[in-house]
Design a protein around this ligand. Structure first.
Ligand code: ADE
Length: 246
């Protein structure tokens, strides 16, 4: 997968590029992360990319002509793919694990990070998807882009050491809960995990996990996942997902 990021702050992505699982995925060629400084498309000597909003009001707005030129040049660079163009904005669809799974199946994502008061509205016609990472306002789309990159890259086959580790985690569709009234199954939070030591400061690992009885362990985990979801995120139990679609 190739990920292009249009930003005013390409240097913010250096940490993502060089560290941890995303860094390793870049290193072994599973993904290519290309940052583009929007100022490269500015046409004046001040490299300005924004201007005052028509009609008045506070702040600055990213210019349509500059964003549009950047987008079309970047699309040409990756012409062998058909890129999915995503605008990061608090007005977008709220990001979920299901969306991460869908994006992980794409060949090329182009993420547009806004700044200041926002974008000229006309750029919206050129994007496939608007994404918000939550109902709060960031100073720009960079952190949101990093969230998308991180959550998508780890779902690309071969990126995580053990491919099954993204299957049983929170928000994955579970076959452990029967569909409520049809073909769906609920998303559950992940069951609790333990590792060594078996006991510390009087706190013990549940006996069942030490039993070696994998059928019983599976049953216990499913029950824990259900109870945990009921307690912490009952809203998830009301949702239904079609098995196989996600
Ligand atoms: N830009 C500013 N706030 C944002 C948010 N919540 N999600 C995505 N992009 C943003």
């Amino acid at each position: 997968m190739r990920v292009d990021i249009i930003t005013l702050f390409p240097e913010l992505f250096e940490g993502v590029r060089t560290h941890s699982i995303v860094g390793r995925a870049i290193g072994n060629g599973k993904i290519e992360l290309v940052t583009h400084n929007l100022r490269n498309w500015a046409s004046d000597k001040y490299k300005s990319v924004d201007d005052h909003p028509y009609g008045g009001g506070p702040g600055m707005v990213l210019r349509f002509d500059i964003l549009r030129k950047a987008l079309s040049d970047i699309k040409k660079q990756s012409s062998e793919h058909s890129p999915k163009i995503i605008l990061l904005t608090p007005q977008g669809q709220v990001y979920t694990q299901k969306m991460a799974r869908e994006l992980a199946a794409e060949n090329n994502l182009i993420l547009i990070c806004g700044h200041y008061e926002g974008f000229d509205e006309r750029i919206r016609e050129y994007v496939d998807l608007e994404i918000s990472i939550g109902d709060y306002v960031l100073t720009g789309g960079e952190l949101a882009s990093m969230v998308i990159v991180d959550s998508v890259v780890r779902l690309i086959p071969g990126v995580l050491g053990d491919d099954t580790s993204s299957q049983d985690e929170s928000f994955s569709p579970s076959t452990s809960l029967p569909a409520q009234a049809g073909s769906g199954s609920a998303r559950l939070l992940e069951y609790p995990q333990y590792t060594r030591p078996k006991e510390f400061e009087g706190k013990k690992v549940p006996e069942i996990l030490l039993s070696g009885n994998h059928r019983e362990i599976d049953k216990w985990r499913k029950k824990q996942a259900q109870e945990r979801t009921t307690m912490k995120r009952p809203d998830l139990l009301k949702e239904k997902l079609e098995i196989g679609k996600t």
